[in-house]
Design a protein around this ligand. Structure first.
Ligand code: AMP
Ligand code: GLY
Length: 421
């Protein structure tokens, strides 16, 4: 079987490593992949947003199954294009990917179907937004409607900050067209939980829960990033909370999408906040999270390809999805300066005996030498019986890896450890 994975980050590396456990797979192509992924797949220089290039490649190479991992190609309709030429895919069609592609869509969906989320107002007019902010409760949260590389959310602690945020989105267009509509949202508090789920549009199977660490610096200080580390499971996510989420959020979301004629298949990511008034949706993603995938998939005991195909074929209810009763921790090693300015092009040293535990996010091969090529460079994941051991082992892996200007947080899993006490 020939498989194609669209994307080229740590998440895609984790998906590819897990897929490789299936012995029926003879070849995996990564489009575009990266220098580190090249150890596990054949990398092809076709960008993840090049839908025409991707479909042409799939056709020419008789691809049997495709996994479309990042948000951009999903929102652009990559799954629709591949399905049309007869290549079965993991991932939602364009009309369902909108659940991540438009925050206005997802907020209105939740309101219409009574799915718990923060109160909000939508603005297409700058003056109306500014007037609203004269009296809105502070802190408040400003979100650009469309995809913005994970940067389209601003938590404003003052009225002036909130107004500056809407001006920068609506007037200065810092996120381009993504900011032509903005959502102004109630500020919620409570522990955050990421729950990725498999769904075929009928059945929804939550994966093991996880906790991301989004801020750049220790103790949740510094700028928001794509994620500096993860642990799974998330100790705040108890069995009781999981039951509430299934009943009030997961199933209602799947049903709502069906009722809208936008059946969702693939991985639906629920970004949740456990508030005093119960779990609420902070955001939906139409794909696997990064770096949540790097702790969730190493705990998956079932065959990933079988589960993925079941979401495509509509047979998820009959398919076993089993996770190990263990703990995982992933520590991201980044280029110092990320998420702002950083240097790259430095030689990386990853000992061969730990390569299985390393998911490369930003690297290139130059004359056979692996060099850094991005903000987030790699994630090192350890799986152990307890959370404390997983954290220790992940940091032991990090200590064995080196490249100039490496930066990582020292407290991944600390909050989770406190929650277990
Ligand atoms: P996102 O880029 O959508 O993942 O959001 C980034 C982060 O902003 C989330 O992980 C939350 O920590 C925070 N956030 C988003 N919406 C809210 C909200 N309504 N209240 C409080 N924090 C929020
Ligand atoms: N880790 C959050 C995301 O993938 O957007």
């Amino acid at each position: 079987m020939k498989i194609m994975v669209v994307g080229g980050g740590g998440r895609e590396h984790a998906i590819i490593k897990k897929l490789k456990e299936n012995k029926e797979i003879t070849e995996i192509f990564a489009l575009p992949g990266n220098g580190g992924i090249a150890a596990d797949a054949t990398c092809v220089a076709i960008g993840a947003k090049d839908i025409e290039g991707i479909t042409a490649f799939a056709k020419e190479n008789d691809i049997d199954y495709a996994v479309v991992a990042p948000d951009d190609p999903l929102v652009l309709g990559c799954v629709d294009a591949l399905t049309e030429i007869g290549v079965p895919c993991f991932g939602p069609a364009k009309n369902a990917a909108i659940i991540e592609g438009s925050k206005v869509f997802s907020k209105n969906l939740m309101k219409k179907y009574g799915i718990p989320t923060a109160e909000y107002e939508v603005f297409t007019d700058l003056e109306a937004a500014l007037t609203y902010l004269d009296t809105a409760p502070i802190p408040t949260v400003i979100k650009a409607d469309g995809l913005a590389l994970g940067k389209g959310v601003i938590i404003a602690m003052t009225r002036d900050e909130a107004k500056d945020a809407v001006r920068s989105m609506m007037e200065d267009k810092i996120f381009g067209d993504s900011g032509s509509q903005v959502v102004v949202e109630e500020f919620l508090t409570g522990p955050e939980v990421s729950v990725l789920s498999f769904t075929d549009g009928k059945t929804v199977v939550p994966m093991i829960s996880s906790m991301d660490h989004k801020r750049a610096k220790d103790n949740d200080e510094g700028l928001n990033t794509g994620g500096m580390g993860t642990v799974a499971p998330n100790p705040y996510y108890t069995k009781d909370i999981a039951d509430i989420c299934m009943e009030t959020i997961f199933l209602p979301t799947i049903e709502a999408m069906n009722k809208e004629g936008r059946t969702f298949k693939g991985c639906l990511y629920f970004g949740l906040m456990l508030t005093e008034k119960g779990p609420k949706v902070i955001e939906y993603n139409c794909r696997f999270g990064d770096p949540e995938t790097q702790v969730v998939l190493p705990l998956l005991e079932s065959d990933l390809l079988t589960v993925m195909k079941a979401t495509t074929d509509g047979t998820l209810a009959e398919t076993e999805v089993k996770f190990a009763d263990k703990n995982a921790c992933c520590v991201i090693m980044a280029s110092d300066g990320y998420p702002q300015k950083y240097d790259s092009g430095f030689e990386m040293n990853i000992p061969a005996e730990i390569a299985d535990s390393v998911y490369v996010a930003g690297a290139k091969l130059e004359d056979g030498v692996l060099k850094t090529a991005g903000g987030r460079v790699l994630g090192a994941t350890a799986v152990e019986a307890t959370l404390a051991e997983a954290i220790d082992s992940a940091y032991a892996l990090v200590k064995q890896i080196s490249f100039a200007n490496a930066y990582y947080r020292n407290d991944i899993g600390k909050k989770a450890m406190e929650a277990t006490k």
